[in-house]
Design a protein around this ligand. Structure first.
Ligand code: ATP
Ligand code: MG
Length: 479
């Protein structure tokens, strides 16, 4: 009734496929008397219905925002399901980190149902619905992108088969087929506590298998990032990548070169900040995907000191995330690239540049090179440069300098970075121990710990003679 009214108001009949009657239509009814939920028919003829006796989803594990979004949409006469990673994680007994909702309402319709919501995105138009701190992402069921001639204007592929633009609405069944893995194509209705399963995802999850929907090679060609997603999800969830899903990856790895750098960066962030970075790297190596896949990994993992440093950084990050602490992406990327910076730093010094200007040149060169493949956001590169730029300052243990360093807003990150350098064997452990003791000491004790001021004096003298290099040294530190 309300839906009819809305369709009339907006002059748009949405989701015809889902409301057409079919002999095998399954009536989905609400198990929850509080919600005026779905009593209409949706076409689930191709889906398996798993009800709460067969799956283990605890409705209480759903976030308030996810429940309210589904309820709001259903009360307005639309269909609404928790979808994707959240359902998969719930079935695997993991706490989902966020909730996505799929609906037959268009973005504009969703936007009208929720006062605190906004339409976002260009490639996919989505709606963000806000509940306090929580943001729920709502997407309209997507149609198949290449089937109908009329869709051609909305869906385009490039020469290698990659989808470059698609924004076609469709039925729930079409939506399911466009998702990547069977485990990600599950639709949970909190009102009825039923899971709609179009591709045997529940069985695959139970068997511990990550399986691509459709022909894997075609799906990777459409979107090469799916190769990284296969690695990330299998590492994160402990699922084994199905043989046919795994087989084409090595041959198709080069397609990742074609992916826009900003998307690659986002996926890298997810890969390394999943709490399973170490495991992800190990799967990348098993798949032989670390070669040429990500610009920084190749080089770093092939030099023993670099590998040790990166692995320690990853382990720290994993530990932090798994114990509920935040992890700073800048710190992680600073770690991944440090040995590149060290190499370049040495080279610039060998070419006659002074210590600090050489470091500054090295940092810029490494970041510029990465930017060609991987668009590291400016807000991260600024912090990375601060962390790197502060490293030589830890060598200065005389006069007022150590006190000034302690007050630096990035001291903590730079100090943690220093400890990693010590632990990986790059520099003498004594330096890290000195700073730990210095930071914990009383101010009197600190004065007693300072070293003789000879280097500081020499530096000051030199810097008076060459004001230009002094100012670039300052820039290097205070970027
Ligand atoms: P995570 O736990 O990292 O959030 P996720 O599977 O939920 O994993 P999202 O990026 O949040 O990943 O995507 C939500 C859902 O959207 C997925 O579960 C999947 O159904 C679909 N999806 C995401 N990326 C792709 C893709 N590249 N191709 C096809 N479907 C995708
Ligand atoms: Mg998700």
């Amino acid at each position: 009734m309300i839906k009819k009214l809305l369709n009339k108001v907006f002059g748009q009949k949405i989701f015809p496929a889902a409301t057409t009657s079919s002999q095998s239509d399954v009536k989905v009814t609400s198990a929850n008397p509080d919600t005026k939920a779905n009593t209409k028919k949706i076409d689930t003829s191709k889906a398996k219905l798993t009800n709460s006796h067969l799956h283990k989803i605890d409705r209480n594990l759903l976030s308030n925002g996810a429940l309210k979004t589904c309820e709001g949409l259903q009360k307005a006469g639309f269909e609404a399901f928790v979808v994707g990673g959240a359902v998969r994680d719930l079935l695997l007994d993991y706490k989902p980190k966020d909730f996505d909702i799929a609906t037959d309402a268009t973005p504009e319709q969703v936007n009208r149902v929720f006062r605190r919501s906004r339409i976002i995105g260009r490639r996919f138009r989505l709606v963000h619905v806000m509940f306090g701190d929580e943001t729920i992402e709502v997407s309209t069921f997507r149609g198949s992108h290449l089937n109908e001639a009329s869709d051609q204007a909305n869906a385009q592929v490039n020469d290698s088969g990659r989808i470059i633009r698609d924004n076609v609405f469709g039925s729930i069944e079409e939506d399911a087929i466009r998702r990547d893995f069977t485990a990600n194509a599950l639709y949970y209705n909190p009102a009825t506590q039923e899971v709609l399963d179009f591709h045997n995802g529940v069985a695959d999850i139970k068997a511990g298998i990550l399986r691509m929907i459709g022909d894997p090679a075609t799906r990777y060609a459409e979107d090469p990032v799916r190769m990284l997603r296969a690695v990330r999800l299998s590492a994160k969830l402990g699922l084994k990548i199905d043989r046919a899903t795994e087989a084409p990856i090595e041959k198709l790895a080069d397609l990742l070169q074609d992916v826009p750098p900003s998307r690659l960066f986002d996926e890298m962030l997810k890969l390394f900040l999943s709490g399973h970075a170490i495991e992800s790297i190990s799967v990348l190596r098993q798949q032989n995907l670390h070669h040429g896949l990500l610009p920084m990994l190749d080089v770093v993992l092939e030099q023993p000191l670099g590998e040790r440093f990166v692995m320690l950084a990853m382990q720290n990050t994993d530990d932090r995330i798994l114990s509920g602490k935040s992890a700073n992406p800048s710190f992680l990327f600073a770690s991944l690239l440090w040995h590149e910076v060290l190499d370049a730093w040495e080279q610039f010094q060998a070419e006659g540049n002074h210590l600090i200007p050489a470091l500054h040149l090295a940092m810029n060169e490494v970041i510029d090179f990465q930017a060609e493949k991987l668009a590291i956001h400016n807000r991260y590169t600024a912090t990375m440069k601060e962390i790197w730029g502060m490293q030589p300052r830890f060598e200065q243990r005389a006069g007022k300098r150590p006190f000034a360093l302690l007050e630096h807003p990035r001291y903590r990150a730079a100090y943690d970075f220093l400890l990693l350098r010590c632990e990986s064997g790059e520099i003498d452990k004594e330096l890290g121990e000195w700073w730990t003791a210095f930071a914990n000491a009383s101010s009197e004790e600190r004065n007693g710990m300072l070293q003789a001021d000879t280097t500081a004096k020499k530096r000051r003298k030199r810097s008076r003679k060459k004001p230009a290099s002094a100012s670039s040294a300052k820039n290097a530190v205070d970027v």
